[in-house]
Design a protein around this ligand. Structure first.
Ligand SMILES: NC(=O)c1ccc[n+]([C@@H]2O[C@H](COP(=O)([O-])OP(=O)(O)OC[C@H]3O[C@@H](n4cnc5c(N)ncnc54)[C@H](O)[C@@H]3O)[C@@H](O)[C@H]2O)c1
Ligand SMILES: N[C@H](C(=O)O)[C@H](O)COP(=O)(O)O
Length: 355
């Protein structure tokens, strides 16, 4: 299949005051040099055109849908229009635009579930801005799990993986206050996160027998109980259960010594107990080239690993946008690869069952 016959990627607008628009425009501008497959931007075309003007970029923007996007991608940035209700000023978030931000995500998911688009790639949202408008999900990950649950009529666990060339890391608890982590860290949550992570690494990332390194919660993984009880009481029995079930898991490991070069060579993914335990090493080792990918969904979703960066939105330096495009490019490439792998698997399964 060629770029023009495959379903395009669905790329959501994110917060229109953030750098999502900058990196989208930059990615499309350099699409040939970067070898990017077609994407359909879902958001406000007028706001996108205004950002291009602000950044001094000569970008042709054309309204499109999933059928026309790939065909025009070579000459125009295709946009499925969802209008922002309030004026957009780069760098100044406005919760009045939350319906358009959320609507773009919902539309991308619906289109991908209907196979009109191949995968969902999300531009960053500012969570607090959406909360102010009544959005009740902590972030994309939890919202997408809910949309997937409704589509499949069964509850799905939200699982976030930050994936870069140097590290894959999964936080078992995600967007919750640090003080709530110990109370929410159950054996069942760690076990289900580990099983789904291992299954997705196998099925989607082609790792035949994924090696899981499971972090402790406390300093020195609890130091035999002297520095905390959760490591031995909750995490260790899960690791033993996973091992008994044939999953290659080790832990609980002291988190301070599991991210250096030699340690990382011994595993495929680090399972961490809370957000920053996973995301600090992930972003320190690969802020520009890591991808945030949601696991366990009935569709593919990737995202750049950075946020809305309001402080640099709409700004240029030395002839390019200040916002670096690398992480969005990595997210678009990963989404395309995962979608093509999934399609090839489905086609091969069809051939096998027919033969
Ligand atoms: N995927 C997402 O939707 C997502 C991810 C992370 C953060 N956020 C949201 O973004 C908002 C801001 O979060 P934050 O300040 O912690 O993180 P951030 O990633 O927006 O910014 C952190 C720092 O990195 C810089 N930066 C970020 N992306 C960059 C890029 N592409 N090129 C150059 N510099 C870049 C920023 O200027 C800032 O100095 C928050 O509301 C948060 O909820 C959203
Ligand atoms: N926790 C992510 C990060 O800091 O990069 C970010 O908030 C994105 O999360 P969602 O993809 O769930 O919005």
């Amino acid at each position: 299949m060629t770029d023009e016959t495959r379903a395009p990627l669905a790329l959501t607008m994110g917060d229109p005051a953030g750098i999502g628009l900058d990196v989208t425009l930059d990615a499309w501008t350099h699409r040939d040099a970067l070898g990017l497959a077609p994407f359909l931007f879902i958001g406000d075309p007028t706001v996108l055109a205004e950002r291009a003007r602000l950044l001094g970029l000569d970008v042709s923007i054309a309204e499109a849908d999933h059928r026309s996007a790939a065909g025009i991608f070579a000459t125009s940035l295709p946009v499925l229009p969802i209008a922002c209700p309030a004026p957009v000023i780069a760098g100044r978030a406005d919760s009045a635009n939350a319906p358009a931000v959320i609507g773009a995500i919902q539309t991308a998911v619906q289109m991908t579930l209907a196979s009109q688009t191949a995968a969902v790639v999300t531009n960053p949202i500012a969570k607090s801005v959406l909360y102010a408008a009544g959005f009740r999900f902590p972030g994309h990950t939890e919202f997408l799990a809910e949309l997937g649950s409704v589509a499949r009529n069964k509850p799905l666990l939200p699982i976030m993986m930050l994936a870069g060339p140097k590290l894959r890391a999964v936080p078992v608890t995600i967007h919750i206050p640090l003080k709530d982590v110990p109370g929410l860290l159950t054996a069942d949550l760690i076990y289900r996160t580990a099983v789904i992570t291992a299954a997705d690494l196998k099925a989607r990332f082609g790792i035949a027998a994924p090696r899981l390194a499971i972090a402790g919660l406390n300093p020195h993984a609890g130091e035999s109980g002297a520095l905390g009880l959760e490591d031995d009481a909750i995490i260790r029995p899960v690791v033993e259960r996973l091992q008994a079930e044939g999953i290659d898991a080790v832990g609980p490991l002291p988190a301070d010594t599991m991210f250096h070069d030699r340690a990382r060579a011994t595993y495929d993914v680090a399972l961490c107990m809370y957000h920053d335990q996973a995301l600090i090493p992930a972003k320190a080792l690969g802020f520009d080239d890591s991808v945030n990918v949601t696991l366990g969904l009935p569709f593919i979703r990737t995202s750049p690993d950075h946020g809305t960066a309001f402080g640099i939105a709409g700004q240029r330096l030395d002839g390019r946008t200040i916002a670096r495009v690398d992480s969005l490019v990595a997210a678009l490439r990963m989404a395309r690869e995962l979608a093509d792998t999934e399609r090839a698997d489905i086609e091969n399964a069809g051939i096998e069952s027919a033969s």
